[in-house]
Design a protein around this ligand. Structure first.
Ligand SMILES: NC(=O)c1ccc[n+]([C@@H]2O[C@H](COP(=O)([O-])OP(=O)(O)OC[C@H]3O[C@@H](n4cnc5c(N)ncnc54)[C@H](OP(=O)(O)O)[C@@H]3O)[C@@H](O)[C@H]2O)c1
Length: 266
């Protein structure tokens, strides 16, 4: 029996590419989709692909009336938490691709998922090279005392830092807090030029045309540096394979897990 998935945000930039990926996977069935503008249509009509007969609903609550094994959240930070909690209440496991949920949101989601015996896999970036950046940076942070992070994105990206960089800083900060030789408050000149402090890391966000989404962890030791960098281009294809893997694996988890490496054998 194919695993039944419901996809919220199925007509979006990332969600539409994932919808095509699910539809092309013999072991998965896309049983319901969420989009306010295309509610009442088939997803195939919305995406210009007649082969996708999935019905589109205006809200997660309506879509969840169709039973599913896995609910995928790919909409907007304002609605993501409510959608995830609704899916858990319906007994579905959940994959979260939407970025911008807070640590408090995740703590609440974790508590509900554990209570219900369901898995939630949240990954701010499903691209394999981003997943590896986070994993490798976390490994390096175990043994290197000092690092900083650079967040690259298109000039029009309104939020900063990116979800990818939030996850990167959180995972590195779990190893230890990076050392600063000059405390920030003792910075001469402009304190802001040292960046924002996120989970103990100094983060510098660059917003310029020419970038799409990238993140860089820079480690320094006397006379040596290590740079680990992920860059993505303008299509949403890099995010499909990781999201499909998350959909296939999330039912083996209980509670909230952050990062695709929770289900990768690394
Ligand atoms: N994890 C990853 O690898 C990854 C990759 C790319 C993007 N993302 C994140 O995924 C999220 C979606 O990104 P995107 O670029 O695909 O966005 P987008 O193009 O704006 O698409 C949003 C989708 O959600 C639907 N939607 C349903 N309820 C909504 C609501 N209340 N507000 C806004 N949209 C709603 C939209 O359809 P209607 O407007 O018709 O409702 C649309 O289908 C963002 O948080 C983004 O940062 C994550």
């Amino acid at each position: 029996m194919p695993l039944k998935a419901c996809l919220a945000g199925a007509t979006g930039w990332a969600g539409s590419e994932l919808a095509r990926g699910i539809a092309a996977s013999a072991d998965l069935a896309l049983v319901a989709a969420v989009s306010r503008r295309h509610a009442g249509q088939s997803l195939g009509e919305a995406l210009g692909d007649a082969a996708i007969a999935t019905p589109v609903f205006a809200s997660a609550a309506e879509a969840l009336a169709t039973p599913c094994d896995v609910f995928v959240e790919y909409t907007h930070p304002d609605t993501a938490k409510a959608n995830v909690l609704a899916a858990l209440a319906h007994g579905a496991h959940v994959v979260v691709g939407t970025s911008g949920l807070t640590d408090e949101d995740y703590a609440q989601i974790d508590a509900v998922a554990r209570e219900r015996g369901r898995g939630v896999l949240a990954c701010s970036n499903f691209a394999l090279t981003a997943v590896l950046l986070i994993k490798f940076a976390e490994m390096a942070a175990k043994i290197l005392p000092q690092w900083e992070i650079i967040d690259y994105a298109d000039a029009g990206k309104p939020d900063a830092p990116s979800g990818t960089v939030r996850e990167l800083a959180m995972r590195m900060g779990r190893q230890h807090q990076p050392q600063l030789e000059v405390p920030l408050e003792q910075t001469r000149g402009m304190r802001e030029s040292r960046g924002a402090t996120l989970a103990g890391s100094q983060v510098h966000a660059v917003r310029l045309p020419g970038f799409v989404l990238g993140a860089e962890a820079i480690f320094g030791l006397p006379d040596q540096t290590l740079t680990i960098r992920h860059n993505a281009g303008s299509s949403a294809k890099p995010y499909v394979d990781g999201a499909l893997l998350a959909i296939r694996k999330v039912s083996g988890l209980i509670g909230l897990h952050r990062g695709l490496d929770a289900v990768l054998e690394l």
